[in-house]
Design a protein around this ligand. Sequence first.
Ligand SMILES: [Zn+2]
Length: 124
Amino acid sequence: MSLKYCQGPECHTYCTRDRLKGIKGSKTYQTRRRSSLNYGEFCDTRCERAWLIKYATKAIDHFGRLTEVKHLTEQNAWTKDYDWHGGGDDRHHLYYFVNKITNEQRPLTEEQFNDNNYTLNTGE
Ligand SMILES: [Zn+2]
């Protein structure tokens, strides 16, 4: 099993007991490593925030800067949601699309709900 390293640039400077590693006399505070990290590439929100502060501008310049307003229209306002339905042993989710502009609702199957590629949106 390979470990993932927290990408927080200051992770090793947060002096928590779990970061203190090594043999007696030569212990150091170290970047956290985990089989899976709770916040994607980061061990916690502090490390996530530290990365963002240090690299956000470079990342945006690399991937493309937003230079005009974006619009939520009828064509791209479909979002997935669910309600609880029934009671006791019959309690279950009812899945649906709702359009945030028109408030129109359309039923969804659980499979469609869980399919991240399934959408009614036709624009960005
Ligand atoms: Zn970290």
